[in-house]
Design a protein around this ligand. Structure first.
Ligand code: NAD
Ligand code: UDX
Length: 470
């Protein structure tokens, strides 16, 4: 089938950029992105391209070219579903925070709602594409819902997981290492796969487009994220050993990364990985392994998360012990709150957990992030403390220990210590002499990303602690 009309359910970090690029590269296809969240749709339609709901380098240019031509953002999901030949499901699949599988399993209620809505509305045959990250065998569930509540319409379900990383989403979409398309190995399944291959073939070469059966595709997404996160936890585990032995973790990473069998990427030691994907997807993988009665396999993957939690707390503890065993009443300046540079996304950011640990010890946290608003930071902390069951009164009292600024100078002024939580490039350019002059002495820098020039900082007078630096 030649696709003329695409609908995408979910206008978030994946749905928005992915559909923008498809629309850019396939001008003959109408692409409509819908969302339950009307304010998010309004923001995608914002005239001011600096205020799109997702910040990604290059995204505004793509939206500017395609929006209104063949790319549309709408709240009328029923109409978009009815008109579409192909429907992408790109809704959130967070970790369940209630009931069966709480804290581990993926919450598929949003995906299920999409399937029920499609089944209710559809009047002609459609291809349904899983773009959200889903547990292996979800396509079977979707097919069951679609087949049993539909209007005699035929649905083909494909799996097409997204591998983009935030901060480089547009580049990743335009120059993907690969796209993966899984489908049934029947004639109609193969035809559906071909329809999606034809879309990506507008800008990717055949060797960048992999096709598999549905289950391999679904499982490959969880596996890819588990492998990537495992490398970070491995180097972070070694960073602790480096600190105990005076080895330098960046030198070790460089030495092992030049072995072509190991490779150099994803070996940057840090305060711990964050983001909406790694933790959620590994917990989901662990849950699946336990479900299929594979406890040793589950324990193996779970250790990645255990180590990541250890790394975040180890960083926070180092701040406390270095500041003479207490941060009570002390001003700790945070440079960065986003989970990585070049994004406004803060989901599962290490900063949240480091802040919580220090606030428990009585610290005042003074934050500056180039792209994250005060409202978002407050929302992150409220959510965390809400999950812990804290009363509103207790939450408000703890929030009074957090301050957010529009400039780094204000955040750093009269602070006892600086902690770098995100690797924003601008932090390297600051006037560190001026910063030192306005801090309490001894002035500490805790570089959770190993991005600052340690020797220069020491020569200014700072006491510097990096990750994995003896
Ligand atoms: P997100 O929270 O930014 O966006 C999801 C959107 O779906 C929200 O705006 C929400 O309002 C909307 N939504 C929920 N139910 C809906 C419904 N029934 N109809 C219409 N809209 C609905 O999430 P995201 O980061 O874009 O992630 C989406 C999926 O993609 C997840 O499964 C995630 O694991 C996966 N993924 C994310 C990334 C990433 O970097 N963020 C990368 C690869 C894969
Ligand atoms: C990840 C995957 O990379 C992507 O393929 C998938 O589609 C979604 O999940 P994302 O979470 O957006 O992407 O960013 P990523 O670059 O993977 O970084 C995740 C976290 O790991 C960040 O907190 C980052 O700072 C951290 N990280 C990354 C390290 O600490 N060290 C590294 O070497 C790499």
């Amino acid at each position: 089938m030649k696709i003329k009309n695409i609908c995408c359910l979910g206008a978030g970090y994946v749905g928005g950029p992915t559909m923008s690029v498809i629309a850019l590269k396939c001008p003959e296809i109408k692409v409509t992105v819908v969302d339950l969240n009307e304010s998010r749709i309004a923001a995608w339609n914002n005239e001011d391209l600096d205020n799109l709901p997702v910040y990604e380098p290059g995204l505004a240019d793509v939206v500017q070219e395609a929006r209104g031509r063949n790319l549309f953002f709408s709240s009328d999901a029923d109409q978009a579903i009815e008109d579409a030949d192909m429907i992408f499901i790109a809704v959130n699949t967070p970790t369940k925070n209630y009931g069966e599988g709480k804290g581990m399993a993926a919450d598929l209620k949003f995906v299920e709602l999409c399937a029920r809505q499609i089944a209710r509305v559809a009047k002609n045959d459609k291809i349904i594409v899983e773009k959200s990250t889903l547990p292996v065998r979800t396509a079977e569930t979707l097919q069951t819902i679609l087949d049993h509540t539909g209007n005699g319409v035929k649905f083909e379900v494909l799996s097409n997981p997204e591998f983009l990383a935030e901060g480089t989403a547009i580049e990743d979409l335009l120059n993907a290492d690969r796209v993966l398309i899984g489908g049934k190995q029947t004639e109609s399944g193969k035809n559906a796969i071909q329809s999606l291959v034809d879309i990506y073939a507008h800008w990717l070469s055949p060797k960048q487009i992999l096709t598999t059966n549905v289950w391999s595709s679904e499982l490959s997404k969880l596996t890819a994220n588990a492998f990537l996160a495992q490398r970070i936890s491995s180097i972070n585990a070694l960073s602790a050993l480096c600190e105990a032995t005076e080895a330098d973790v960046d030198e070790v990473a460089n030495a092992i990364g030049t072995d072509s069998r190991i490779g150099s990427k994803f070996l940057k030691a840090s305060v711990g990985f964050g983001g909406s994907c790694f933790q959620k997807d590994i917990l989901n993988l662990v849950y699946l392994c336990r479900y299929f009665n594979l406890p040793e396999v589950a324990d193996y993957w779970e250790q990645i998360i255990v180590l990541n939690d250890y790394q975040k707390h180890r960083f926070a503890r180092k701040i406390i012990t270095s500041l003479f065993n207490t941060v009570s009443g002390k001003k700790i300046a945070f440079l960065g709150w986003a989970f990585k540079k070049d994004t406004n996304d803060t989901r599962e950011s290490a900063a949240i957990y480091v802040a919580e640990y220090l606030i428990e010890d009585g610290a005042e946290i003074h934050v500056y992030d180039p792209k994250v608003s005060k409202e978002k930071i407050v929302e992150d902390m409220r959510y965390l403390w809400g999950l812990k069951g804290y009363t509103d009164q207790k939450i408000e009292s703890k929030l009074s220990q957090i301050f957010v600024y529009q400039s780094h100078e204000d955040a750093l002024d009269q602070s006892h210590a600086v902690a770098v939580l995100t690797e924003w490039d601008e932090f390297k350019m600051y006037d560190w002499n001026a910063i030192y002059a306005n801090m309490y002495k001894p002035a500490f820098v805790f570089d959770g990303r190993n991005i600052l020039d340690t020797e220069k900082l020491i020569s200014i007078g700072f006491k510097v602690k990096g990750i994995g630096k003896g």
